[in-house]
Design a protein around this ligand. Structure first.
Ligand code: 5AD
Ligand code: FES
Length: 350
């Protein structure tokens, strides 16, 4: 039996940064439009108390869409024969960073499939060259599961942060999303190693992915509460037409906004992006994300000619734009809602 109403649940969450599981379940499952507005407002105020009206920029460089994995949800899975594969050369990647630097980016996120062509030596060389040219910038890697020694080598080469979404903490659900060779145990091992080595670590999940239940989402929320990541990446699941999940329903805008806000209240200082996937399911999804407590945006810095090829899901936005256009567009979007993009590394304020 529960004695609170949803406003009281939000107040409690804001004050205590957690909520008993059954209260959280009721909040999530019985939210009215009015409750949601109250939740967003509290989450946005919490973010503003720590980060003001600054939104941090991350320049995303999608440097390879080759992947040895076969995740059922992902458009660049190895079984997708119709994906046109590409890899960016080192010079092209360094150029993207130089261009990004001129545009005010102070964090570069190197993201790619798990591509064996990019050996640890190649990744380390890349990281140290970027840090040499731009010592005032942070380098974030998002290149999947690796042995601990590899993570250590990237860190020693100068990488600051690592994004590796856990996707779902429930082993049965994990198995519904991935082939047997990928396990949540190894994913957890990777996340622990990364944090142990000294990276600022990001985890997260897709909202509304196939098989997800409220219970699984609650498991994810409490797992993250315990893990205390520096960054949390969440966005709606969006089906890709060349994957086994082609006929599945996408995640919704409201569920994603509810979760962003709940996550902000559970982790007041966390770096929380309003993702491209959120901008894909709604024309002002990223703005709504910021107004629900997110504080990071990640415009694309990849060269225009490969953007249309890094397609994890259908309908991805910004595939035809130049970096400078995305940067300007983002500034205007943030200013429209009373925020502004910051020219800074945007480390977590701990
Ligand atoms: N829809 C939304 N997000 C996706 N990702 C992969 N495929 C999809 C999809 N179809 C997310 C995963 C991954 C991140 C890089 O992109 O959560 O960790
Ligand atoms: Fe590449 Fe999943 S298909 S990591």
């Amino acid at each position: 039996m529960t004695l609170m109403n949803n406003k009281e649940r939000v107040d409690f969450l804001r004050r205590e940064h957690t909520l008993a599981r059954e209260e959280m379940r009721v909040l999530f499952e019985s939210m009215t439009e009015e409750d949601a507005q109250y939740l967003y407002q509290n989450a946005a105020e919490t973010a503003r108390e720590i980060y003001g009206t600054e939104v941090y920029l991350r320049g995303l460089i999608e440097f390879t869409n080759y992947c040895k994995n076969d995740c059922y949800y992902c458009g660049i899975r190895r079984s997708n024969r119709s994906a046109e594969r590409y890899r960016l050369g080192e010079d092209v990647i360094l150029n993207c960073c130089d261009n990004g630097y001129r545009l005010g980016f102070r964090t570069f996120v190197l993201q790619g499939g798990e591509d064996p062509f990019f050996t640890d030596e190649k990744i380390c060389a890349l990281v140290s060259k970027i840090k040499e040219r731009h010592p005032d910038c942070a380098v974030t890697l998002s290149i999947g599961e690796k042995p601990r020694q590899s993570y250590q080598a990237y860190f020693d080469a100068g990488a600051d942060r690592y994004l590796l979404r856990h996707e779902t903490i429930n082993p049965r659900h994990y198995r519904m999303l991935h082939p047997v060779e990928l396990t949540i145990e190894n994913r957890r091992r990777c996340l622990e190693d990364l944090r142990d080595i000294g990276f600022q670590v990001g985890c997260g999940m897709m909202v509304g992915c196939p098989g997800q239940t409220t219970d699984f989402l609650l498991d994810d929320l409490y797992f993250m509460k315990e893990f205390r990541p520096h960054m949390i990446g969440i966005g709606p699941f969006i089906p890709h037409r060349c994957t086994p999940f082609r006929d599945e329903k996408p995640g919704t805008l409201t569920d994603t906004l509810h979760l962003l806000a709940i996550i902000r209240l559970m982790h007041p200082r966390v770096l929380l992006p309003a993702t491209t996937a959120l901008g894909t399911i709604h024309p002002t999804g990223r703005e709504l994300g910021i107004l629900a407590g997110a504080n990071v945006v990640m415009p694309n810095l990849s060269p225009a000619d490969v953007r249309g090829k890094y397609l994890l899901y259908d309908g991805k936005i910004c595939t035809g734009d130049e970096a400078a256009e995305c940067r300007r567009c983002m500034e205007l979007r943030m200013e429209k809602i009373g925020y502004h993009v910051a020219v800074s590394r945007g480390d977590s304020r701990v």
